[in-house]
Structures are given as C-alpha cells and as structure tokens.
Design a protein around this ligand. Structure first.
Ligand code: NAD
Length: 242
C-alpha cells in the first residue's frame, strides 16, 4: 500500500512517550520525517537509534519560555520545512480543587494552554507562507464530559478546544487545516498514579484507550484529501464509566 505521508515533515510535542510517541511512530510508518520534541533527551536519543533518519530529535523544555520560543527555528534547522504540527505535550492535575497544589495548577495551565497557543502562533507564519499545513491539538474527553474529579484539567482542555475552533476559521483561507483529538483515558504514563489493579480492571472493562488507537485516528485525519477538513474527533472508550 502507498505510504501517504512521504515527503512530509511533522513536529510532535511530548513525542517521547504515550500519545505523542504513538502518533510519531504512526506518521513515520506512513513515510513522514518526524521532529520529535520533548524534554526527555535520553528517550529521544533511543528513538533516533530505533528509527534512524526518520526521527529528528529536538530537546526542548516547553515550560521554559526562552527554550519554547526556539521551537520553530530548531524544527526548520533540522528539517527545512514543517507540514504537520501536533501540539500534544500536556500534563494532568486532578482531584479535589481544595487539595490541589497551585504551582502544579500553574504548570498545567502553562503547558496545556499557553504553550499550545504560543507554539501554534509561532508555526503559523511558516505555514501561511507555504499556503499549506495541518495542525492537530491533543485535547481530552474531559473537556466534553467534565467530571467532578478534574475541574482544572477539564477547563484547560475546554480552553484549547475554543482556541482550535476559532483559529481554524482564521487560517482556513490560507490552506491550513486545524483539528483536535479528544480521547478518553489512554493507557500512558499520565495515568502513572493509578494503582496497577485499577489499570488492569479498566483495561478489562474496555474503559481505557490504547495510544496506538489514538494514533491511528490522527493519521486518518492527516491523510484525508486536502479539500476535506480535519475537524475535532472525540474518542469515547467502549465503557466510559470510571
Ligand atoms: P505522557 O506523560 O505519556 O507523555 C507526555 C510527554 O510530554 C512526555 O514525553 C514528557 O516528557 C513530555 N513533556 C512534559 N512536559 C514537557 C515540557 N515541559 N517540555 C517538553 N516536553 C514535556 O502523557 P500522554 O498521556 O501521552 O499525554 C499527551 C497528551 O494527551 C496530553 O496533552 C494529555 O492531556 C492528553 N490526554 C491524555 C489522556 C490520557 O488518559 N493519557 C487522555 C486524553 C488526553
């Protein structure tokens, strides 16, 4: 079968683990070169060893404003162009609001909202100049079905959904497609505070998604013909009853 992303360059943030890793590897399988952006240098080096020239590792701490601002120049320096940007890095704060650490809330809002907006702001001029580009943002089912155990996290993803829906309408005229994925719980390191038996039960009850499932939806969105929009895809596990 023809690989559908040959000749494309993608940049994925939070690419060393979980959903970002799975989407990076799915895009590589479709023939793209992927600039894998993460703060985890050793994981990126191992991925470069695994995939060779298809991986262009860029070590960035997105929560460091100066480092974050270097993202696009470093992507272009590594790959020369940018066709696909997956703004995926994010973190989680859950539980009772009164128990939440305000520094952790600040870091989460910065990474899940401010950094995504700044990254998209920074990559757009390059895509506008080329008259083409695809941007996908990782949101969450939490934004669509806010539950009482994650008020700040759900709000961060709600904010980013609004951002996606408004920016999409601004840049459509430039040939740029903007979409989002909103998965329910996915078996990744983000759930590392879940006890092993809860994870196992959730998998058995089919109330968890696998990162590879999310990745296959992303490649489906990206390989739609250019005349088609890529929209916002909500991914509900078979049993959403956690
Ligand atoms: P993960 O913890 O497996 O991966 C996150 C990656 O981001 C890691 O490689 C980490 O090193 C990187 N990262 C974190 N902070 C960074 C920083 N400051 N600079 C650079 N890199 C940084 O998590 P995941 O589950 O793959 O989450 C990815 C996205 O998916 C997040 O936006 C998350 O909110 C969203 N999401 C996750 C789930 C889930 O249940 N896992 C569900 C819905 C949405």
């Amino acid at each position: 079968m023809t690989r559908q992303l040959v000749g494309k360059v993608a940049a994925v943030t939070g690419a060393a683990s979980g959903i970002g890793l799975a989407t990076s590897e799915a895009m590589i399988a479709e023939g793209a070169r992927v600039v894998m952006v993460d703060r985890d240098q050793s994981a990126l080096e191992a991925l470069r060893d695994k995939h060779g020239d298809a991986v262009l590792p860029v070590v960035v701490d997105l929560l460091d404003p100066a480092d974050c601002a270097t993202l696009l120049p470093r992507v272009l320096n590594a790959a020369g162009q940018l066709d696909i940007f997956h703004a995926n890095a994010g973190t989680y704060v859950g539980g009772e609001l009164v128990d939440a650490d305000t520094t952790a809330i600040d870091r989460m809002l910065n990474l899940n909202v401010n950094v995504v907006m700044k990254n998209v702001h920074d990559v757009l001029p390059h895509m506008i100049e080329r008259g083409t580009g695809d941007i996908i943002v990782t949101s969450s089912l939490a934004a669509h079905f806010p539950t009482p155990w994650e008020p700040v996290y759900a709000s961060s993803k709600w904010a980013i959904n609004c951002f996606v829906q408004t920016v999409r309408r601004q840049v459509f005229k430039h040939g740029i497609r903007v979409g989002s994925i909103s998965p329910g719980p996915v078996a990744t390191a983000l759930l590392s505070d879940w006890p092993a038996d809860k994870l196992r039960e959730a998998r058995e009850a089919q109330s968890l998604l696998e990162a590879s499932e999310v990745a296959s939806v992303v490649t489906f969105m990206l390989t739609r013909p250019r005349g088609m929009t890529i929209r916002d895809v909500v991914m509900m596990p078979t049993n959403f009853d956690l």
